[in-house]
Design a protein around this ligand. Sequence first.
Ligand code: PGA
Length: 255
Amino acid sequence: MRHPLVMGNWKLNGNKQMVSDLISGLNGALQGVDGCGVAIAPPVMYLEQAREALANSPIALGAQNVDVNLSGAFTGEVSAEMLKDVGAQYIIIGHSERRTYHHESDALIAQKFAVLKQAGLVPVLCIGETEAENEAGETEAVCARQIDAVLNTQGAAAFNGVVIAYEPVWAIGTGKSATPAQAQAVHKFIRDHIAKQDAQVAAQVIIQYGGSVNDKNAAELFAQPDIDGALVGGASLKADAFAVIVKAAAAAKQG
Ligand code: PGA
């Protein structure tokens, strides 16, 4: 039985005061919520502060990126062991902003996936097509290619206990979410694609939707059978809106 996971991707936002206020807001608003995993990924700078603020909280800590190297002369990078050391558990990789602005390839992202698994951390593997790819009817081919980078090098078993986030690039930060039916069709395609290699692994893998999820559209997205929570950007910066999204995920899977 899969549990949904709602994760906040804070991106390049915040300062010490905001971290403190937002986490205390979330700790209050999410008390007693059951049946849905919750995680936040603040900027790496604030992970330690966030870890302290999350002591005794069911909210897990996450991060937005990791390097493939474990240590050494790699200026500006952060390793899987460092993330583990400060208590981060869910690590976003392959976000479209990193694919676009930092030219991360499918092969590099697959390497990051392997490094995280090796460290006992949970990859949150972001995949999804651009608007042009969508219009060209290439959505499934793009998602398959991005999944295959891991599947073909590490096998289906590598997807045990991990999270995939389907995030159509045209929906990220645009206010234009995929419709529940559109998202469900792609989620089902992704699950079936993994099931061709291992049905059990496919049945347990969490597939989040991401892209303009907010407190208004979350419930109908989560009502879809293959949508297991969300990766939330903008709306994760507001405790009240994020709490509504988490509660919608918890309620959908109970009903
Ligand atoms: P958004 O971002 O919710 O602001 O669209 C989602 C994401 O980039 O993970």
